[in-house]
Design a protein around this ligand. Structure first.
Ligand SMILES: *Cc1c(COP(=O)(O)O)cnc(C)c1O
Ligand code: SF4
Length: 444
């Protein structure tokens, strides 16, 4: 018997968009706009997402459709019109590319010099596939994991997916990773991230992970893998040809006495509702790996307390541990997805109040900014001045962690660099010896 094609991983991209059966029902204009946007912001989907997650009776509002399909509002109207006009005249991808690249550059593809900051060196040579910002944690971007099951483009990595060579910062050498870690015994945590490392075949993943279980790496205690695959391709853990190898690798890590965590991106409660995702979670948990969940709060998709409370409850019921709610980054289609800090905090607080203590492991809303991860604790009025109360969850300097600080209240502020210090101070306390207050680096 021929296996159902929807059980095989067949990605949809811009060039195969017309083959998505459900697309035929959309208006000509919407389809053209979707293609125009996809020339700038990478599009990638698959039959699990289109057949089992998206409700096609609710287009364009359906949250998963909003998350995975290009939306006209993601580009400035003039830019959208410009590419649509080119498409109407039959322009080729090649002809559109320079225009698309010009638009991409305006979308702040690498917030805050992400390419320069935090890149460690080995014998003086920079290692571009690594980031080492906090003493005990190294982020590794395996080159084979620099795509994603869904190019939902709200993470700062979208630029890595579009093939603009100078924008990529991945590396092929697993040896470099291992050589670096062998010399740095202060590092206890390794995070494999992307893109999505789970897009790799299990054999490739093994090449990165298995050596870390050997002699010389006793200091590596925690291994994390960031992934959207649980939400968008759960068959990776259940029925893909390499799922057995993958689960055995997880078991091996756990058997070595290490903590293995899957940092799963779940953005909407619906992603937790199919029988296959539940089966995938069960299988992963049976290896001894822990699943922690995180996602950004984004307009059109999960900008409600109900969505978050529902997500956290479902996650706890399935044995997952809610970890972070992020603030949308200043990159890509941020004007489309972004939510002001005050609103983000309000949603967080209302959702937090509705869940049991078991779900209150979650922290947020958190900005991964250059000085560290800053959480919005709330607002307060002091001597007639309305203020934001903020705190570091993670910081370049350990002594900053957990120390509340204040910023002037600003109802429109969406990121740390848009905030002003309170009480007429010239700068925030952490800026005295750390001048750049600009944007963010890192994601988890
Ligand atoms: C968030 C983050 C980490 C991990 O921090 P935890 O508090 O351990 O989750 C590591 N490196 C960078 C750059 C990060 O942004
Ligand atoms: S890595 Fe996560 S945030 Fe980035 S495109 Fe993939 S699913 Fe979206």
């Amino acid at each position: 018997m021929r296996p159902e094609s929807s059980t095989r991983y067949t990605p949809y991209t811009l060039s195969s968009m017309d083959r998505i059966p459900q697309i035929a029902g959309l208006s000509e204009r919407r389809r053209l706009a979707m293609k125009a946007v996809a020339h700038v912001l990478p599009f990638r989907s698959n039959r699990y997402v289109t057949d089992e997650l998206i409700d096609w009776d609710n287009i364009p509002d359906d949250p998963i459709f909003q998350l995975t399909f290009p939306q006209p509002g993601m580009l400035e109207p003039e830019e959208l019109a410009r590419i649509m006009a080119m498409l109407r005249e039959g322009a080729s991808s090649r002809q559109i590319r320079p225009v698309a690249n010009e638009i991409r550059r305006k979308l702040n593809p690498h917030p805050a010099g992400q390419l320069e900051h935090n890149v460690p060196r080995l014998d003086g040579v920079p290692l571009p596939g690594l980031q080492h910002k906090y003493r005990e944690t190294v982020l590794f971007f395996p080159s084979r994991g620099q795509t994603c099951h869904a190019y939902c483009t709200y993470c700062f990595r979208w630029a890595q997916f579009v093939g603009m060579e100078d924008m990529k910062f991945a590396q092929r050498e697993t040896e470099t990773l291992h050589a670096y870690l062998r010399r740095h015994d202060e590092v206890s945590d390794v995070l494999l991230t992307g893109g999505d490392p789970m897009i790799m075949r299990a054999g490739h993943l093994r090449a990165y992970v298995e050596p870390l279980l050997q002699k010389g790496f006793e200091h590596i205690r925690h291994i994390r893998i960031g992934t959207k695959a649980l939400a968008f391709w759960p068959r990776k853990f259940v029925s893909d040809p390499d799922s057995g190898t993958l689960l055995r690798l997880f078991e091996e890590v756990v058997a070595s006495g290490r903590h293995l965590a899957l940092m799963a991106h779940f953005t909407h409660p619906r992603e937790l509702e199919t029988p296959i995702v539940r089966q995938a979670i069960e299988r992963i948990r049976s290896t001894g790996a822990v699943i922690r969940t995180q996602a950004p709060l984004i307009r059109h998709i999960n900008d409600s307390a109900t969505a978050w409370a529902d997500m956290w409850k479902k996650q706890v019921a399935l044995g997952c541990i809610p970890y972070y709610m992020f603030v949308e980054r200043d990159t890509g289609p941020r004007d489309y997805f972004g939510v002001p800090l005050i609103e983000a905090h309000d949603i967080f607080r209302r959702a937090f109040r509705r869940v049991s203590g078991l779900a209150r492991t979650v922290r947020g809303p958190s900005m991964s900014a250059t000085p560290g991860k800053v959480v919005v604790l709330g607002t307060q009025e002091i001597h007639g001045e309305r203020l934001f109360v903020l705190s570091f969850l993670r910081a370049r300097k350990r002594e900053w962690v957990g120390k509340p600080f204040f910023a002037k209240f600003d109802p429109r502020a969406r990121w740390l660099d848009e905030l002003q210090p309170a009480f007429r101070a010239k700068r925030f306390f952490f800026e005295n010896d750390n001048p750049p207050r600009k944007k963010q680096v890192g994601w988890e």
